[in-house]
Design a protein around this ligand. Structure first.
Ligand SMILES: NC(=O)c1ccc[n+]([C@@H]2O[C@H](COP(=O)([O-])OP(=O)(O)OC[C@H]3O[C@@H](n4cnc5c(N)ncnc54)[C@H](OP(=O)(O)O)[C@@H]3O)[C@@H](O)[C@H]2O)c1
Length: 321
């Protein structure tokens, strides 16, 4: 099969060995692959795949089941599916445990479906399973116009959580408000702590930035607030104010999706199927897609993603299915 290899930081579409199918796994003939920041970190040599995962980048795909292992119970050849992967998505074929696969609703195209697993699972996991946000709690989403952010805004709106975004431009903030955020602040030109405090503070903060956002997050968190750290785009080191942590009874949670074992990914997808899938089917929630490229031009697509100019998912088209 053909797949992307990382050669000295470049993404090349080259021949690979086709992976073998296990008893509880399915083989997906890939139609579309979603691009994620983790792929960019892997390209730069900063995010090796977890033990046992494919060296091929790519954390999510959509496509059609080509073959199933002998103990697979939920899928059959020909089913339209999407999957959450630990790697291997930038390829013509993907082998993955059936636990990490969901059926694509009839109302969704395979293109839309590829934009869902990683970012909706991240938003769902961290807001509602890790931070245990309850209806009415106020949520701050940093990098609100990111792919994870656009998924999180829609989930917050649908589940009754007012949300405030921070983003890099006024246009992005306007788009987030149209998507369902109550308000937002420009990280380059506004005082985030002042604006969020005026808005009412945060019971939950979803933060992919880190670095000096830690201090700001401790300031904006309300009593019993939870900070979920999902990324370090702004840096990995900062001082935690332990007095504030104690007196405001704050909780800081670190979370990655990729490194979780198969059964945990399966449990997250089950919740998605129960709570997110009906909302996708009735059109209340839609994946926000920015741009698409043919898989052969993955390098160009990644350069665009790394420029921070876009809003929403970047997709790679692998084949017509
Ligand atoms: N822990 C997990 O399980 C998990 C899973 C998925 C994603 N993530 C993380 O979530 C983050 C977003 O991923 P994504 O795929 O949604 O990204 P994306 O769609 O590519 O969007 C990322 C956006 O973040 C903003 N940004 C970049 N550098 C920043 C900085 N230093 N400070 C503040 N904002 C910055 C930029 O928007 P602005 O113009 O608005 O600044 C950029 O467009 C990444 O850090 C990713 O690694 C974590």
């Amino acid at each position: 099969m053909y797949a992307i290899a990382i050669n000295q930081g470049q993404l090349d579409w080259v021949e690979h060995e086709t992976p073998e199918l296990g008893d509880t796994e399915v083989r997906i003939e890939v139609a579309w692959a979603g691009m994620n920041r983790a792929d960019s970190m892997q390209r730069q040599g900063n995010y090796p795949p977890p033990p046992g995962a494919s060296e091929i980048p790519g954390l999510e795909v959509s496509g059609v089941i080509g073959e199933v292992g002998q103990h697979v119970t939920q899928f059959k050849p020909g089913d339209r599916v999407c999957a959450l992967l630990a790697g291997g998505g930038y390829a013509e074929h993907v082998i993955v445990s059936e636990q990490q696969v969901l059926p694509v609703p009839d109302s969704l195209s395979l293109r839309d479906a590829a934009a869902i697993p990683e970012v909706f699972a991240t938003a769902w996991l961290n807001l509602f399973m890790e931070a245990k946000a309850t209806p009415g709690e106020r949520i701050v989403l940093h990098a609100g116009a990111s792919s994870v952010g656009t998924a999180a805004i829609q989930l917050c709106k649908s589940l009754g959580n007012p949300c405030f975004v921070t983003a890099g431009s006024d246009e992005k903030i306007k788009a987030c408000i149209e998507l369902g955020a109550e308000d937002g602040a420009n990280r380059h030109s506004e005082d985030l702590v002042e604006r969020i405090t005026q808005w009412g503070g945060a019971d939950v903060v979803l933060d992919p930035v880190g670095g000096d956002y830690l201090t700001k997050n401790q300031q904006i968190l309300n009593q019993d607030g939870r900070l979920v750290m999902i990324g370090v785009m702004g840096g990995t080191k900062e001082t935690l104010d332990l007095a504030t942590l104690l007196f405001k009874r704050q909780r800081v949670i670190g979370s990655t999706l990729r490194s979780r074992p198969e059964d945990q990914k399966g449990a997250i997808l089950k919740e998605m199927q129960n709570y997110v899938w009906p909302r996708l089917e009735n059109g209340e929630i839609t994946p926000v897609i920015d741009r698409e490229w043919p898989i052969e031009q993955a390098q160009e697509a990644m350069t665009y993603m790394e420029s921070n100019g876009g809003m929403g998912k970047i997709l790679l088209k692998v084949a017509e299915r």
